[in-house]
Every structure is written in C-alpha cells, then in structure tokens.
Design a protein around this ligand. Structure first.
Ligand SMILES: [Cu+2]
Length: 154
C-alpha cells in the first residue's frame, strides 16, 4: 500500500509542480497553493495571485472550504511581533495584480483536523464581490526549508 501511494505521488508530481490558473470573468487567478503544515498545526495559509484584467474594480470578500473556519487575513508587524487580522474585503482594482503571499495577505484555513500534505490538493471556493464565486484547487507544496515559516497560532 505504501509503495503504491509513493508511485502515485511520483507520477503526479510534475502536474502539482506546474503553475495552474483559473479565470472568472475578467479575473485571472494564478497558482493557488499552500505549504505543508506540521503534524500538530491547527491552521495553514493559502497563497495565490489575482489579476483584474477587467474595466471595473472587484474585491475578494471571502473563501469557503471544508474547514471549521476560513478567512482572508493580512499579516502585519506590531512592536516587532508578527500578527494577523481578518480582512473583510480585499480590493482587486481594475488593471492590477494583488498577491496573497507569505508575510502579507493570505487565505487562512483554521481548525485543521489533519495536516496539509505535500502533493495533495485543497478545493476552495473564492468569493468575489462582483464576479461571484469560483472553485479552485490549492496545491500543497513542500516547504523549501530556508523560506519563511508562516505557521502561527490563533
Ligand atoms: Cu492568518
């Protein structure tokens, strides 16, 4: 069983590593991903880039996934301490790209019962103020080891 699983993962890896994107109206959603989490992690961050190729502004107003709580967050620093706050509405101005990346905006998946494992996918519905909803797959990727550690407690 273990061998079979390893073989399947190896076959699937090139696909997972490749960039993937989605479009919804004038919005282009590029490479939704999350990093694998520690076994005890109760939350994990999701990252992606959203480009508004349309003529009018839009906004990301939420995300839905199969976890007890999912919110759009913004990381910031206060007195040298890394903190996060819930963002009700993340503006995606016409003609601009907004990146959700470690250290900034992210989709926060909270109340995990199992850790995120590299090579798996998380289905997430992104909710936009005007364009509506779109389901995308967040690819779970390995941490490089020397990158930013975005794990944090709530
Ligand atoms: Cu967060």
């Amino acid at each position: 069983m273990k061998t079979l699983l390893a073989a399947t993962l190896a076959l699937a890896l090139p696909t997972f590593a490749a960039a993937h994107e989605y479009t919804l109206g004038g919005l282009e959603i590029d490479h939704p991903m999350a990093f694998e989490t520690a076994a005890t992690a109760k939350s994990g961050g999701g990252y992606l880039a959203i480009t508004n190729t349309g003529e009018s502004d839009d906004a990301l107003i939420g995300a839905k996934a199969d976890f007890p709580k999912v919110q759009i967050h913004e990381s910031y620093e206060e007195d040298g301490v890394a903190r996060m706050r819930h963002v009700e509405k993340l503006e995606i101005p016409a003609g601009e790209t907004v990146e959700l990346a470690p250290g900034g905006y992210h989709v926060m998946f909270m109340g995990l019962s199992d850790p995120f494992e590299a090579g798996t996918e998380i289905p997430v519905t992104l909710v936009f103020e005007k364009a509506g909803e779109v389901e995308v797959m967040f690819h779970v990727e390995e941490r490089s080891g020397d990158g930013h550690d975005h794990s944090h407690d709530h």
